[in-house]
Design a protein around this ligand. Structure first.
Ligand code: FES
Length: 126
């Protein structure tokens, strides 16, 4: 596995939560290279589709290092072991709601046309 980016690479940029649970992924093989969506905006979860552009968050390059039928890949984007699910999502909803309620950028960024407030993870369709 190669971890080169992701949400832990820059704690000032918080991602959107794509889903409060993992994506079960099959069909990847040892040596495959995947780009894990770290911003939470991709419509092709858990993989990057380029939607991160302009957010300051970059995808994580994952080189599959072992043969395995199924992988549980993080979709909440708050894992501490990207791209894998570490069950962080189980306690995440109240944390995310709180950080959005106290976000100092909410009056500016949340009412503009921004696609993601990286101060709290708010997105227009949250
Ligand atoms: S990192 Fe989310 S779309 Fe690229």
């Amino acid at each position: 596995m190669t971890n080169k980016a992701g949400p832990e690479s820059d704690s000032k940029h918080l991602p959107a939560v794509a889903m409060y649970g993992p994506c079960t992924v099959s069909g990847v093989k040892k040596g495959d290279v995947k780009l894990w969506c770290a911003c939470g905006l991709s419509k092709n979860q858990p993989w990057c589709d380029g939607s991160h552009k302009g957010t300051g968050i970059k995808p994580l390059k994952w080189t599959v290092s072992k043969e395995q039928r199924l992988f549980q890949i993080c979709a909440c984007k708050y894992t501490k072991d990207p791209p894998f699910c570490d069950a962080t999502h189980t306690n995440l909803p109240s944390q995310v709601l709180h950080q959005q309620e106290v976000c100092p950028r909410q009056l500016d960024d949340h009412h503009s046309n921004n696609k993601l407030c990286t101060g709290c993870g708010w997105v227009p369709d949250f």
